[in-house]
Design a protein around this ligand. Structure first.
Ligand SMILES: [Cu+2]
Length: 715
C-alpha cells in the first residue's frame, strides 16, 4: 500500500506522466529521493526575489524602440510570503535590480521594436526562448513548435546578447529560459521560474497605463523520473506566490475586469472562476495570438469571445479574459486540479499533519487567486460593451426546498473512503448507497428559487460548491473564504447542516461538488451533475443524458480507469434513429486533469453538434456538426447533440493520453504544445466505454441514463 504522501504525489502527475500507473512505476523504479529545496545553482549570498505583479513594464521606450536589459541570476525566492522559508532560484532581473518571479514584463504597443539584452550570470548555459518577432517574419501562420525563427539563443555563463524583436501583432505571449535544455513541458525544476510575460498592446492602448492585469502561472516540482512521476514537491504560483500569499485582487461591482493569463508551467491548468462567466477574448500559444470575434450570425454589437467558467491552458498557452463582477463578496479564480490547490507545506512540500480546512488560510495552497468584489453603492452600474451579461432571473413562486445528504457508502473504509450525495425532498430518506458512486442529477429550473439544506453525515467536515451557478458569494461554498471577511461561508461540521439559497439565472449543465479536502472527498465521490432547465420544459431522461466522469475511489486503478455515471462499463444505452440526444459531459476525474471524450462507430468518429460549454449556449457559428471528439479539462462541462442516422453500434469513450486538439466551440484551439507530442504522453488508454445500440425508428424504448442501473418500479 503506498504511503499517503506518495499517493498524493502520484495524483499530481496527470499530464506529464505516461500511461503507466503510479503503482507500477514504483514497483519498477528505485524509491524517489526526498524533496530537496536547493537547486544545483545555489550560491551563498543572493538578493531576495521580488514577486512580480506585472503592473509595470520593463525598460524604456524612445521613439518606436523599447530597450530592456534582462539579467538571469540566482535569487532567494519566498513563494509562501516574506516570512516563509526561501530557496535559491534562478530568475530574471531587470539590469541590476532585484530578481523577479515571474521575470520582468516586456510590454509594448504594436509597431514597436524591442531591443532586449539578456546577460547570463548563472553558472550554467542558458537557452532563451520566445524573444522573437510577433508575428514571425516570413512565417505568417506557423504551426506551433515548427516555426522557423522560434529557436532559442544560447548564452554561455557570463555571456550577453541583444536581440531585436518586431512587435506588431497585439497579443499575450511569453519568453522563457532553461538551463537544463528541456522543453517547456518538461521544465519543472531549478529553471522553472525563468519565465516572463510578453504583451503587445493594441496601437491605441498605453502599455504604461494598462487596463488589464497579467497573471503568470508557474510550477516547481521535483520530478526525478523523466515521465513526470515521483513528485514530492508540487508548488504552484501565480505571479511568483502561492495561496494564501498570492495577491488578492480587488474589483468594483460593475466594472469590466480584464485579465491576461500566461501558463509558463509544465502542466495543464483548467482555470475556474467562481460565481461568474468570463469571455475568452483571445487565445495564444506563445507564438500566435488569436482574437475571438463575435460568432457568425450574431446581432450587431454582440460581445466577442467564448463564454466559460473554466478555461484549460496547456503548457505555454495564454488567454485574455473579460468579465463583469455583478455580485459583491469574495470569489476564487483557481486551477481546478485538486492537487494544484490542495493544502501543502511551504515550498510545495507534502501537507503537514493536522492541516486546517479553512480555505482562507492553509486549507488550500498553490494556484489560487482571491478576488474581492467591492460594492459601489453610489455608482450607476453599467456593464461595458463586450462584457459578460447575465439574464436576470425573475424569482417567481415559492422556494423549492430539499435536503442534500452527504453520506458514507456502506462499503466505505478508512483506507478507501466512498462518499455520496443523496437528494431528499419528501417522504422517507433514500437508503444509503451500496453500489455505484454516482451522485443524483440535481434538476433545477431557471428562475425558480431553491433552498438546499446540506446535511453532513460524514465523520469529517465538508462544503458544497455550486460550480458555474451565478449566486451570492456566501453560498458559493469555499469555507472560510466565500462571503465576506465578517461573514465567511462556514465549513459544515459532522452532524451539522448549512442552508444554501440561490435562483439559477441560466439553463444549462453545471456541477455540484465538495470544496473541502478536495483530493480526498472528490476522489471519494463527492461530485454530481446539476442541470438547470428552462421554465415550462421537462427533461426527458431517455434523450437528455447527463454523464459525469469520475475516478474510481480506489487509487490503484484511478490513473487508468474512469467511471461513467458510476460505472466503467455501463449497460448499453439504446438510441433511436431520427431522434436527437443531448449528452451533458462533465469531467470531474481527479487524477487525470485532461481527457478526451469521443463517440465512435467501429474505428470511426461519428459526428455530433456541440451546443453548450460550462452551461452557456454556444453561438450559432460554433454549433456546426463536427467529428465527435472533445477535450475536457477537469471542471469543464460540454453539451453535445447526437442524432444517429442509421441503426448500428456506437460507443462513447473516455480516452486518456491525448493532447488537447479540439475545443467545443468549433474554433480549433491552439492545439497541443510544441514540446509535447502524443508519443511523449504515452499510449492512448480507453478508460471507460459506454456502448450504445442504435435501433430503427420503431417503438423500442430508450434505456434510462443511470449508468445501467435498473430503474426500480415506484422507486
Ligand atoms: Cu493546475
Amino acid at each position: 500500500m503506498p504511503s499517503p504522501t506518495v499517493r498524493a504525489v502520484c495524483l499530481a502527475s496527470f499530464v506529464l506522466a505516461t500511461a503507466r500507473p503510479c503503482g507500477a512505476q514504483r514497483a519498477a523504479d528505485p524509491p524517489p529521493p526526498r524533496a530537496t529545496v536547493a537547486p544545483r545553482t545555489a550560491t551563498a549570498a543572493v538578493a531576495r526575489v521580488v514577486p512580480n505583479d506585472n503592473r509595470t513594464p520593463a525598460g524604456a521606450t524612445r521613439g518606436d524602440t523599447l530597450r530592456v536589459a534582462l539579467v538571469a541570476r540566482v535569487g532567494d525566492w519566498h513563494p509562501d510570503g516574506d516570512a516563509g522559508p526561501g530557496a535559491p532560484m534562478p530568475a530574471f532581473a531587470e539590469s541590476d535590480g532585484a530578481p523577479r518571479i515571474p521575470g520582468p514584463l516586456v510590454r509594448a504597443r504594436a509597431g514597436t521594436v524591442a531591443a532586449v539584452t539578456v546577460r547570463n550570470t548563472l553558472p550554467d548555459t542558458l537557452r532563451v526562448h520566445g524573444l522573437h518577432d510577433r508575428p514571425l517574419a516570413g512565417a505568417p501562420d506557423p504551426a506551433p513548435g515548427t516555426a522557423p525563427g522560434t529557436a532559442p539563443f544560447i548564452l554561455a555563463p557570463g555571456a550577453a546578447r541583444t536581440v531585436h524583436l518586431r512587435l506588431d501583432a497585439p497579443g499575450t505571449y511569453l519568453y522563457w529560459g532553461t538551463t537544463t535544455r528541456r522543453a517547456l513541458a518538461f521544465r519543472t525544476g531549478q529553471d522553472a521560474q525563468l519565465s516572463g510575460a510578453l504583451v503587445v498592446d493594441d496601437a491605441r492602448d498605453d502599455p504604461a497605463r494598462p487596463r488589464d492585469r497579467v497573471l503568470v502561472l508557474g510550477m516547481w516540482t521535483d520530478t526525478v523520473h523523466r515521465a513526470g512521476t515521483h513528485r514530492q514537491r508540487v508548488l504552484g504560483v501565480v505571479n511568483g506566490r502561492a495561496w494564501p500569499h498570492t495577491e488578492r485582487l480587488t474589483h468594483t461591482l460593475g466594472d469590466t475586469v480584464r485579465w491576461r493569463v500566461v501558463n509558463a508551467s509544465a502542466d495543464l491548468h483548467p482555470m475556474h472562476l467562481h460565481g461568474f462567466y468570463f469571455r475568452v477574448m483571445a487565445r495564444g500559444d506563445g507564438v500566435r495570438d488569436t482574437v475571438h470575434a463575435a460568432g457568425d450570425g450574431a446581432p450587431a454589437g454582440s460581445p466577442a469571445g467564448d463564454l466559460a467558467v473554466t478555461e484549460s491552458l496547456t503548457t505555454g498557452q495564454t488567454v485574455r479574459l473579460e468579465w463583469v463582477p455583478e455580485r459583491a463578496g469574495n470569489w476564487l479564480f483557481h486551477c481546478h486540479i485538486p492537487e494544484h490547490f490542495a493544502p501543502r507545506g511551504s515550498l510545495g512540500t507534502p501537507r503537514p499533519p493536522g492541516a486546517t480546512h479553512d480555505h482562507g488560510q492553509g486549507g488550500m495552497s498553490g494556484l489560487v487567486v482571491g478576488v474581492a468584489v467591492q460594492d459601489a453603492p453610489a455608482r450607476v452600474v453599467v456593464a461595458s460593451a463586450g462584457a459578460t451579461t447575465v439574464r436576470r432571473p425573475r424569482a417567481a413562486g415559492a422556494e423549492r426546498r430539499f435536503r442534500l445528504l452527504v453520506r458514507e457508502h456502506v462499503r466505505s473504509t478508512a483506507a478507501v473512503p466512498r462518499f455520496g450525495y443523496a437528494l431528499h425532498e419528501r417522504g422517507a430518506e433514500p437508503p444509503p448507497d451500496t453500489g455505484s458512486v454516482s451522485a443524483p442529477v440535481l434538476d433545477l429550473v431557471r428562475g425558480e428559487p431553491v433552498r438546499i439544506t446540506v446535511v453532513n453525515r460524514l465523520r469529517e467536515p465538508t462544503a458544497v460548491h455550486w460550480h458555474g451557478i451565478e449566486l451570492a458569494s456566501y453560498y458559493d461554498g469555499v469555507p472560510g473564504f466565500s462571503g465576506t471577511p465578517a461573514r465567511p461561508t462556514p465549513l459544515v461540521a459532522p452532524g451539522d447542516s448549512f442552508v444554501v439559497r440561490f435562483t439559477p439565472p441560466r439553463a444549462g449543465t453545471f456541477i455540484y461538488h465538495t470544496h473541502a479536502d478536495e483530493v480526498r472527498q472528490q476522489t471519494a465521490g463527492l461530485a454530481g451533475a446539476l442541470v438547470v432547465r428552462e421554465p415550462g420544459t421537462r427533461r426527458d431522461p431517455a434523450t437528455d443524458l447527463p454523464i459525469i466522469v469520475l475516478a474510481p475511489p480506489d487509487s490503484a486503478r484511478s490513473w487508468r480507469m474512469a467511471l461513467l455515471n458510476g460505472r466503467q462499463s455501463p449497460l448499453p444505452l439504446t438510441m433511436r434513429v431520427g431522434r436527437t440526444y443531448r449528452l451533458r459531459l462533465v469531467h470531474m476525474h481527479v487524477p487525470r486533469a485532461g481527457m478526451t471524450m469521443e463517440l465512435r462507430g467501429g474505428d470511426t468518429l461519428v459526428r455530433w453538434q456541440p451546443v453548450a460549454k460550462d452551461g452557456a449556449e454556444l453561438p450559432r457559428a460554433a454549433r456546426a456538426s463536427r467529428p465527435a471528439t472533445v477535450f475536457l479539462g477537469v471542471g469543464e462541462t460540454v453539451d453535445v447533440e447526437v442524432a444517429p442516422a442509421a441503426p448500428g453500434a456506437l460507443r462513447l469513450e473516455v480516452r486518456f493520453g491525448i493532447p488537447p486538439g479540439a475545443r467545443p466551440g468549433g474554433t480549433p484551439g491552439p492545439g497541443g504544445t510544441p514540446a509535447r507530442t502524443a508519443a511523449q504522453l504515452g499510449p492512448v488508454i480507453v478508460a471507460a466505454t459506454w456502448p450504445i445500440h442504435v435501433v430503427g425508428d420503431g417503438p423500442a424504448a430508450g434505456s434510462p441514463p443511470t449508468g445501467g442501473r435498473v430503474r426500480r418500479k415506484g422507486g
